[in-house]
Write a protein that binds this ligand. Sequence first.
Ligand code: SAM
Length: 331
Amino acid sequence: MDMIDPFGRTISYLRVSVTDRCDFRCVYCMSEDMAFLPKKDLLSLEELDRLCTVFIEKGVRKLRLTGGEPLVRKNIMHLVRELSRHLKSGALEELTLTTNGSQLARYAGELADAGVKRINVSLDTLDADKFHAITRWGHLDKVMTGIDAAQAAGLQVKLNAVALKGFNDVELPEMLRWAHGRDMDLTVIETMPMGEIEADRTDQYLPLSILRADLEKQFTLKDIPYKTGGPARYVEVAETGGRLGFITPMTHNFCESCNRVRLTCTGTLYMCLGQEDAADLRAPLRASEGNDLVAAAIDEAIGRKPKGHDFVIDRRTNRPSVSRHMSVTGG
Ligand code: SAM
């Protein structure tokens, strides 16, 4: 039976954060001394597979692995290979992941072999020093090698960049040309007030309406109906022939067409990225060998999916709209 929420939206897209750990510490995402979930609380890869399978039986057609950094979870390729059986059976249309690219050189070939066709790579700058500054621990050359490996393996790569005022806004035209020159779409994202970080989000926040107006001084942007199942709205860039996506959780609430729910590595289901309400699926999963209990818990949770998020970034509020960091629920 399909999962339909109280607002008539069919849930067909599951994002799974397979770990909250990451080998980067992006300044807008995490604090430098993050406290991670105790390893004992994690679902095993078998349990994650079982939960994903229940979701697929309930109508999920697109599954994205995320994190933290999904490719730093131990034995992650085991889960990818197991899940790929649902691609082969036709139950699942797409298995994909969002990654920082640091481990792609090692895994790109295996991902392609498992039936992954497209991946998102997060990249906020093409400048090696700035890259190291924003990720705190990352190295641009490693990510570039990863992107090369992904393309060589036949994976379609989309780049995601969080638009940050005074950091990469001036660089985005160059990034756009570079991405399109290498046959990659680029999507820009508004920074969201999730979790305590050292920086002031008001200083970082760049509304994409302003960025778009800026880009239109040098590019011809044409709105197109292209969709990938996520929240991005796309334009075609006449000068490059490529696509540019805008993800605007702050300036344009896209919740009316939300088809997604998010599962964490401890089996907590968030029905909205921007709300605190959640459902525990680990207890019903572990309570019996059959899947009836967990299926019932999922139905109950979908019945509570909220209409939307209400993120606020301004100096008066000056605290996160949701307390958990993005690394818990994944992007
Ligand atoms: N480690 C993987 C990666 O880097 O893509 C997957 C997880 S990461 C949390 C997913 C995406 O969320 C990345 O593109 C990251 O830039 C973005 N992100 C993290 N914190 C964010 C925030 N507060 N607002 C908007 N995007 C954020």
